[in-house]
Ligand binder design. Sequence first.
Ligand SMILES: *Cc1c(COP(=O)(O)O)cnc(C)c1O
Length: 369
Amino acid sequence: MADPSSPIRAEVRAIAPYNAGLTIDEVRRRHGIEVVAKLGSNENPNGPSPSVASSLSAIHDLARLYPDPSGRALAAEIAQRFGVETGQIVLGNGSEDLIAVICRSAVRPGDVVATLFPSFPLHEDYTTLMGGRIDRVVVKADLTVDVDALVEAVRRKPRLLLFSNPMNPVGAWLTPADLQRVIAAVDPETLVVVDEAYAEYAAGEDYPSAVDVLRATSLNWAVLRTFSKAYGLAGLRIGFGITSSATLCGFFDRARTPFNTNAVAQSAALAALADTAHLDHSVAMALAERDRIGQALFALGYKVAPSKCNFLFFDAGMDATVLAEALLARGVIVKPWKQPGFETFVRVSIGSPQENDHFLAALKVVRGR
Ligand SMILES: *Cc1c(COP(=O)(O)O)cnc(C)c1O
């Protein structure tokens, strides 16, 4: 039989399979447990706004016709909210799609992409796929962002500066002053991409909107947002990018597939955007529960990273994969981190109060063994 790896590029072979974790059904089947707390993927336990379901009453035509390839209705609404032109908005099949599109557009073999570490794996994977090299800026011992080191990395003039703020998996963030400092050091040849998947949870005085900071520069930039987290639409796959210019955006359009976002997702996203009360409620619940669970973990003696997200990252003090397996057997899905230096860390999403209690109870049983 022919070697299946022989037609595959070395860059593809170099990537680890994406660690998406198990579905609720898989855990039920594997462990014979009915009640499963899925706390591995940072989904919103409240789900989307109820108005999303009513928007789908038009499913017949949404399904029958090709979608608007640039999602104009949704893009126009987003543009208005951010005070930019509609042509500066690009939609993605999830924001992960846009990470791929941007890497495909910008990263040449050998190019350096600077990012924060531990990192969102796809920031690294799509770089690797294009033959780029990663310059990792590791968090400090107290699990906050090493802003000095990030500024140094930026001064080395990477082709692409790509990081999430706040950071996944750590939850730490750059303050407005931090982000200003980093952006001020960026070379005009560097493309800046800030992934703001958790911006709705982080919003407040000590968290900067990167659009506001970058808009005041003459750099090329994109800021990525998603409907998967606070808006509760992870299953529909839709995210967007706000870019520095319609010209830059047009290049990203060429590098994506023409119908990358489907009609159902576009329609649902519009409905979700309009329901600010639902968003506010989901965020408030997540923040209150995050405080409660953070304090409980602290009281159990765990080192917990500061977080502006709907998850907590903590040092389990043991092989995180072993802990995650033991929790799984008790119906709790968490994410053991697998990057070098962080193999004892677990990321746990903030779910409903019941799911969070399920997690804490399981953790208390499992850690005693
Ligand atoms: C969850 C997440 C995304 C993407 O989610 P999509 O579902 O593809 O929109 C992107 N970046 C970070 C940092 C995330 O945590």
